[in-house]
Write a protein that binds this ligand. Structure first.
Ligand code: F0G
Length: 484
């Protein structure tokens, strides 16, 4: 087969109309308040970006800036109050963009030439739950979970995807593509289908949950299982987008991160703009932590919040590139790892957004920790027992919180929000193996942490179909509860 003909990478134009004038501005006219791309390393500012979303001068990642998002442009307490009022008002609207928990905050997002380009599944609008049992267990009276698993495709990815997919459609692309540990691909496939785009998924063979894979198939993506890991898939995608007219929807794409900022806007609105002391997120490719941190800094700068919560990142011990980068290289150069963890969503060893993540850790005074496989499984079962549930990668947040409490980084009177990034049903295999005792088979030699998981297990009970058998089971459960 001949090699593919190189195709000139297509530029993504950055200058668009301000949202308040979006519908009124004639197409093609640059608006006075457009956003720009800025390189995170050399600071170069441009109006367009090539398809790998890297700085054409130094090759580092780009972020999106807009002078309207900073205090320097003369924003005031009134402006902050006005924003809060507009966002609240839109909750009563029936327009699709207002029903989206992302586009409702569009003053702090890059704006499309026309809001009719928005591809939305009514993403965002996710609940903030109290965690009463976990609160008691760890001794923190103010412990909450912001459950991003309640998004349309079951993960936080939808909040970024609505923005980036809409820009892909506006730029005239026919194909979108991503490398994924499963959630990005599920989300991308759904938004592409809604927007009339074709989608190409690159996932590591055998290393993602069937639930996530099945979503991509059902939403009509061309799904390739590559014989490599996530990092290998992402490397290949970066080359592909420079050779073919395919728009990449990984979190290297700064439009994704802009959409993911809205988690923080919505959270603060739910807390009546009273910042919590801590926000804790899982870290994989490190896009989400970067996005939340960017939002916190912008909100602080604009006077929407009076102080910054500390934003902290938790990784699995087997996928701890950021932890090692901070501990062993002082955050100066990335230490990559060969990632291995049952929390497959964060099985990533070469995180693309590591510099952005370090910047927000430093700016907010957050910390970075790692947790073991057993700690993840325990925390996941504890969140499940609240009647909420999440996927393994999300549970690192509770496991990390316990470590922070022991270290004194989180103090007993402080308020904490855990970001649960994915729905329980994203990885039923993990949950079944845990409850059946197959995840960490208990052997005489296995350590005490594993045997301490036993009381959390609720394996299914196989019985004869008789009333007696069921009543006996009820009585046994009641007795063991009394003794617990
Ligand atoms: N939690 C879940 C459930 C995820 O799916 C991911 C990432 C993360 C946390 C980590 O977020 O990469 O922004 O630091 N999943 C990506 C994917 C990589 O392809 O679905 P991050």
């Amino acid at each position: 087969m001949p090699p593919p003909t190189p195709i000139e990478p297509k530029a993504v134009e950055a200058v668009t109309a301000d949202v308040t004038t979006a519908e009124a501005t004639p197409a093609g006219q640059p608006a006075p308040t457009g956003f720009r791309f800025r390189c995170i390393a050399c600071g170069d500012l441009t109006d367009s970006a090539v398809q790998n979303f890297r700085c054409s001068r130094c090759g580092d990642l780009l972020e999106i800036t807009n002078p309207n998002w900073s205090h320097a442009q003369g924003s005031s307490a009134t402006a902050a109050a006005d924003l809060k009022a507009i966002w609240k008002q839109r909750r009563a609207s029936l327009s699709p963009v207002d029903l989206s928990g992302v586009w409702r905050f569009r003053e702090l997002l890059p704006t499309l030439e026309n809001l009719h380009h928005v591809i939305t599944l009514r993403e965002g609008n996710t609940p903030l739950y109290e965690l009463p049992q976990c609160s008691r267990m760890v001794g923190l009276p103010h412990l909450f979970a912001k459950h991003q698993g309640m998004n349309p495709t079951g993960s936080f990815k939808d909040t970024g995807m609505t923005v980036a997919a809409s820009f892909a459609r506006q730029a005239g692309f026919r194909w979108v593509a991503c490398a994924s540990t499963g959630n990005t691909s599920a989300s991308m496939a759904a938004y592409a289908a809604r927007g009339g785009l074709r989608s190409l998924v690159l996932v590591p063979e055998g290393k993602i949950s069937w639930s996530k894979l099945s979503q991509a198939l059902d939403y009509g993506a061309v799904t390739c299982q590559l014989r490599t890991d996530f990092d290998g898939c992402l490397r290949l995608l970066q080359e592909l987008v420079l050779r073919a007219p395919v728009y990449q929807l990984n979190s290297i794409n700064p439009f994704r991160l802009e959409g993911q900022k809205t988690l923080a806007f919505e959270l603060l609105e739910q807390l009546d703009w009273q910042p919590p002391d801590h926000i804790i997120v899982p870290g994989g490719n490190l896009g989400n932590s970067s996005a939340i941190g960017k939002a916190l800094l912008e909100m602080h700068d604009l006077g929407l919040i009076s102080r910054l919560p500390k934003l902290s990142i938790i990784q699995a011990e087997g996928a701890n590139a950021l932890v090692r980068t901070l501990r062993e290289a002082g955050g100066k150069r990335l230490i990559t790892v060969q990632a291995e963890t049952a929390a497959t969503a964060i099985r990533i060893g070469n995180p693309a957004s590591w510099k952005k993540a370090i910047r927000v850790l430093q700016a907010t005074g957050g910390a970075c920790e790692q947790v073991s496989e057993v700690e993840i499984a325990r925390a996941k079962a504890e969140i499940g027992a609240e009647g909420i549930g999440c996927e393994p990668a999300s549970a690192v947040t509770l496991a990390g919180l316990k470590k922070f409490l022991k270290q004194g980084f989180v103090k007993p009177g402080e308020s904490v929000v855990l970001v649960l990034t994915g729905h329980l049903l994203k990885d039923p295999g993990f949950t079944m193996e845990f409850h059946r005792g197959e995840l960490f088979p208990s052997t005489p030699e296995s350590d005490s942490a594993v045997s301490e998981l036993q009381p959390l297990r609720r394996p299914p009970i196989v019985l004869d179909a008789t009333l007696d058998a069921v009543i006996r089971t009820l009585e046994e459960q009641e007795k063991s509860n009394l003794h617990a």
